[in-house]
Every structure is written in C-alpha cells, then in structure tokens.
Ligand binder design. Structure first.
Ligand SMILES: Cc1ncc(COP(=O)(O)O)c(C=O)c1O
Length: 446
C-alpha cells in the first residue's frame, strides 16, 4: 500500500460536473484514486486497485513510468511552451518522424492535436480539404458506422453511432450516413479474435454509394476494432473489403486508432495488425500513454502534397486553416518521445502479443457465469457482455463496476458490457488476478 498521508479528500464534491458519469450516484458513492504505480492505483482510502483498463484504454506503459516522468519534468524545466502557429520547437519534428516510422506505407505526415475528439475533427477536415484540393469539391458527405465512437466534437458525434451522443447533438452536421454495425450475436457469439461471419456488411458501402453517388462522398471513418461500444473485432475480411471499395470510388478511408494505436493489438497499430493502409489515422491515448493530453492524425503523402505542396496560393500563404493553441505542446512531445522509447526498449508491443492468448483463455473461461451472453477479445482488448436487467438497461454492468472497485479492481463498462484493456506491462499473474476478481464479481451479481 502506498503512503497517503498527504492526500486530502475534499468534503464537498458538488462543484465538479463529472463527464460521462451519473453525477448524482457518484457524488454519494465516489470512486477516487490518489496515487498510481505500474499496474496499480491506490484509492483515497489506501486500498490498492488493480488497473484492468489502462485508465481508459490509454496508460499502456503502466502508471508513473520513471523514464516518462523524468522526460516530463525535464521538459517543463527547459521549455514550457512554444506557439505552434508560425513558430515551433525541435521535439515536434522529431516526434513526427518517429511516428511516420511506426506507420506503414506513405502515412508519413503527423498533424498534432490534444485529444481523440480533436484528432477525429481534424481528420474529417483534412479529408474535405483534400477532396477540394484535387477538384472534387462536391465530395462533402462523411460516412461513419452505427455504434461507432469518435469522441464528442460535432464532427465525431455526427459520424459516430452511439444513440445517446447523437440524439442530443448529433443532427447538426448534415450530409452524414452510416454503415451497419458488425455485432452479430446469432452467428458470432463467443468468438475468439475476429468473428468468422460478417465481411459482407462492408458491401453496404456499395449500397450507400448507389444511394448518394460516389461524387458526393469524401470519406469513410471506422474504428478498426470498435472499442468504446464494447470491443467489436472486425469480421474476417471486412476491413479489407472496405479498403477495396473506398479505393475504387476515390473515397478516403480513415481508421480511428485512438484505442488500437500503440500496442493494444500486439502491434504498433491496427494498420500493421490487419495489413491495411488507410488514408488517414487518428491517434491519442497511447501516444503519450495518457501522461499529458495529446493526439495526432497520420496522413498519407499524396494528401499532404495535394493540400500543401501543390497549393495554388503564394508560398507565404497558410495552406490549411486549422490547428490548436496546444498542438505539439513541448511537454506532450517530450512525454510521447519517452513513451515511444519505452515501447521499443521494453518490447511492449511484442509483450502484448505474447500475453494476448493467455488473456483470451482466461477471459473465455468466464463464459459459464450467470448473465454472460457474449465474450469478445482481440489483442489486449476484451469484453464480457451481460444480459440487461429487464427495463433497466446498463444497471447490471454499472453495479458490476462498483462492486469490482470495492474489491480492488478497476473495469470499464459501456451499456451492459464490461470492457477490459490492461496496460501492456501486465504479467500473466495480473491477468489471472483480473479475471479471478471479475469472476467473483459476476458470481455476486444479480
Ligand atoms: C475510437 C475513439 N475515437 C475518439 C475518441 C475520443 O477521444 P478523447 O476522449 O480523447 O477526445 C475515443 C475515446 O475513447 C475513441 O475510443
């Protein structure tokens, strides 16, 4: 147990409006952590809590990694900030080159943001700018997928497919359509890795093209593995088919790799894992292992060239009207460089790949537990889907999360699905402990 003498928990939790959280219940039953190290959080009451979710799919190198902490401290003492418009600092260029090396094909350019949501909005804008730059300005339509999650910007919720995000705010962006989601419990329940059935769902894109005409469609955006909805690995052949159809019709393909980037599947990214080169890739989370907020968009060379190199405007003119005050923040860049070094030195992607079959085995051993209607996994992403309580959807999984925290385990829930994504530093013993505690939680759950 870590020393907690300096932690003060405020008596009044009222003023903080907590995101994506039932505030009324949380403020009566708060789950607060005060310290973290490696695989563990420490709750404010001193209890160790095993992190089965890498925070929120992001603390891939584990918590408080000494190399990353030192890099952040050094950078804060050296250069706290540099304006990213019209000026710069060396580390952002070094980071962009390192990222280009990590991505296949000619995904050679990095545009920096501060979050996954900003990466998504940035990628959508670059897609529109590209189509305009090559004389295809009628291509303004964006295609997402049902149940997709692309953050909370207006672009992201519009192409996203989560009903609660969309029904309040998701109708303002017009010219958006959606592919069907790929979950098929009838044919694919309890699949291990990629499900066998469902590649044909990608052909729905052909139907949308017939409906709208390719000349109106700028881009398709999908998560290669749908994460936030509760881990839907793509059916075998599905992503390949999407790549084929988009390429045939001059439509850009955007992979939202905010979760799958940086080792979650046991490879540097999903592009490498599935052997597909999309046109744009959105990143965040594992880029800095969440130590400092940062996102990025990887862009293929022809897109950069069309918008920047071949810009018809004079050389002293800005080519893309987009960017953020904190784009390529020096402290975020220093953190990202240290995190990339850690992935390499500790061979964390390989480690995740080696652990994935053990994770799969332990997770699927929960199949006989009460209320469990599906288990899904790929790499170090896993989900246990529960039957909802009649008339009270989401409550069963929420109760499981609260009970797990009481018993020393942090899990994530979405709808009635429990999602697991342990840090890539996890050991076999950690995985066993995670699934043991979760098994006991499921045994207690009504
Ligand atoms: C695939 C995907 N895209 C975008 C986002 C949004 O990222 P952020 O919360 O950093 O804005 C998330 C967050 O979980 C995500 O999973």
């Amino acid at each position: 147990m870590l020393e907690l003498d300096q932690v003060t928990v405020p008596n009044d939790l009222e003023a903080h409006w907590i995101p994506f959280t039932p505030n009324r219940h949380f403020k009566k039953h708060p789950r607060l952590v005060a310290r973290a190290e490696g695989m563990w959080y420490t709750a404010t009451d001193g209890r160790p809590i095993l992190d089965a979710t890498a925070g929120m799919w992001c603390c891939n190198v584990g918590h408080r990694h000494p190399r990353v902490v030192a890099a952040i401290q050094r950078q804060a003492a050296e250069l706290d900030y540099a304006p990213p418009f019209q000026f710069g600092h060396p580390k952002s260029f070094e980071l962009a080159s390192r990222l280009a090396d990590l991505f296949p094909g000619d995904l050679d350019y990095a545009f920096f943001t501060n979050s996954g949501s900003e990466s998504v909005d940035t990628a959508l804008k670059i897609a529109l700018a590209y189509q305009r730059a090559i004389g295809q300005g009628t291509r303004t339509r964006l295609i997402g997928r049902e149940r997709g999650y692309h953050g909370v910007g207006f672009g992201g919720i519009s192409v996203g497919g989560m009903v609660n995000n969309r029904k309040w705010f998701g109708t303002l962006l017009t010219g958006v359509d959606h592919l069907p989601h790929t979950l098929d419990l009838e044919r694919n329940a309890f699949s291990r890795g990629q499900p066998k059935h469902g590649a044909e769902l990608a052909d729905e894109l052909e139907r949308l093209i017939q409906l709208h005409d390719a000349s109106t469609i700028a881009a398709v955006i999908v998560e290669p593995v749908a994460g936030s909805i509760g881990v839907y690995p793509p059916p075998v052949g599905y992503l390949e088919r999407l790549r084929e159809i988009t390429a045939k019709h001059g439509i850009l393909l955007i992979f939202d790799e905010v979760i799958t980037g940086f080792g979650r599947l046991g490879k540097a990214n999903a592009c490498e894992y599935f052997g597909i080169v999309p046109d744009l890739v959105t990143l965040a989370k594992g880029l800095t292992a969440a130590t400092v907020p940062m996102g990025a968009v990887m862009v293929r060379k022809p897109i950069y060239e069309a918008i920047v190199e071949r810009s018809p405007a004079p050389e002293k003119t800005i080519e893309l009207f987009h960017g953020y005050t904190y784009s390529a923040h020096p402290i975020a860049c220093a953190a990202a460089l240290a995190v990339l070094e850690t992935y390499k030195e500790e061979r964390l992607f390989e480690r995740a790949a080696a652990l994935a079959p053990i994770f799969e085995e332990r997770l699927h051993a929960l199949a006989g537990k009460r209320h469990v209607i599906d288990i899904r996994n790929i790499g170090l992403m896993g989900a246990v889907e529960l039957a909802p309580r009649p008339g009270r959807p989401t409550e069963r999984a929420y109760d499981a999360m609260c009970d797990a925290f009481e018993h020393g385990l942090m899990i994530r829930v979405t709808g009635d699905t429990i999602a697991l994504s342990p840090p890539l530093i996890a050991t076999e013993a950690d995985i066993a402990r995670i699934t043991d505690i979760l098994g006991a939680v499921l045994d207690r759950l009504h």
